[in-house]
Write a protein that binds this ligand. Structure first.
Ligand SMILES: NC(=O)c1ccc[n+]([C@@H]2O[C@H](COP(=O)([O-])OP(=O)(O)OC[C@H]3O[C@@H](n4cnc5c(N)ncnc54)[C@H](O)[C@@H]3O)[C@@H](O)[C@H]2O)c1
Ligand SMILES: CCCCC[C@H](O)/C=C/C=C\C/C=C\C/C=C\CCCC(=O)O
Length: 261
């Protein structure tokens, strides 16, 4: 299915998983705003994408998603440049147990803020045409590990928030589908932060255990995560879905007990 005429915003889109998703969105003919803190990576990414897809299909907006006003401006700038907004991927994330307050700000608070801003631009509640939001969690929310307690907490939070908001959207007739994606280990720069004391603080001593898990469970290519994202974008039956992507089972969904009264 083509996304011609649709506009997407991807946070943390300059490298890793976000970069792979941006590529898939452009291949499907969407216009894309790459929102990222890293100016060098963002500008390089835009240059490469302009060469591949031609100018005018994507824009780079430098922004720290943990700065609420800057994130608001990034959303507005996307709509000013491309005229509308249809797809929002709250993907930016960090792994810093030393500065764990920042990890909560980037991985959880900014996902909440990004979801609310997306609704302001897409929800029928605000007179808009609807759209779709994907929030990025992690398999760390299902298989906790001792080397990243706060990272794990944020990823649990992203799932709970997204599922509750998906219900709010269907019951409030927002016209916006809200889903969450939980990858296992993915081959990106983030994965290397497990070796660094600057990131892990005192938990760096558990890095060997983490690396054993990587050997045991394997490491996924970012392109497979992008494939999962595209499925969440295209399948209009999905709202409140928790997609997992692992080496052993590929793309699949978590199922929950039905809620009792
Ligand atoms: N790599 C993995 O193994 C893995 C597994 C499961 C989930 N995830 C999640 O996937 C998402 C993407 O991770 P990745 O592996 O691609 O990481 P990455 O470090 O490769 O890329 C993250 C991008 O986000 C940007 N970013 C970081 N902080 C930002 C901020 N404050 N404001 C704006 N941009 C910011 C970075 O500049 C970078 O371009 C994260 O939410 C991460 O938790 C990653
Ligand atoms: C260095 C930090 C990068 C963190 C990336 C990621 O979000 C962290 C995940 C941490 C724990 C996940 C642990 C194991 C999950 C991996 C695979 C499970 C697959 C199970 C199966 O094959 O069925």
């Amino acid at each position: 299915m083509s996304l011609y005429g649709k506009v997407a915003l991807v946070t943390g889109g300059a490298q890793g998983i976000g970069r792979a998703v941006v590529q898939s969105l452009l291949l499907s003919s969407a216009k894309v705003a790459v929102v990222d803190l890293n100016k060098t990576c963002g500008e390089e990414c835009k240059t490469q994408l302009d060469t591949e897809f031609g100018e005018g299909h994507c824009t780079f907006i430098q922004c720290d998603v943990s700065h609420g006003d800057a994130l608001r401006d990034a959303f507005q700038s996307t709509v000013d440049q491309f005229g509308r907004l249809d797809i929002v991927i709250n993907n930016a994330g960090i792994n810093n147990e030393k500065n764990w307050e920042k990890t909560i700000q980037v991985n959880l608070t900014s996902v909440i803020k990004g979801t609310y801003l997306a609704l302001e631009h897409m929800s029928k509640e605000y007179g808009k045409e609807g759209g779709t939001i994907i929030n990025v969690s992690s398999m760390a929310a299902f298989m906790h590990s001792p080397h990243q307690p706060v990272y794990t907490a944020t990823k649990h939070g992203v799932i709970g928030f997204t599922r509750a908001m998906a219900d709010a959207s269907s019951q409030g007739d927002y016209g916006v589908r809200i889903n969450v994606l939980c990858p296992a280990f993915v081959d990106t720069p983030l994965l290397h932060s497990v070796e660094q004391e600057d990131n892990m603080g005192k938990f760096v001593k558990f890095k060997d255990d983490f690396k054993l898990r990587m050997d045991k469970f394997g490491v996924l290519p970012p392109s497979l995560i992008a494939e999962g994202m595209m499925r969440l974008i295209m399948d209009t039956s999905l709202n409140g879905a928790v997609m997992k992507i692992t080496c052993s089972k590929g793309i699949h969904f978590h199922s929950y007990e039905p809620m009792s009264a």
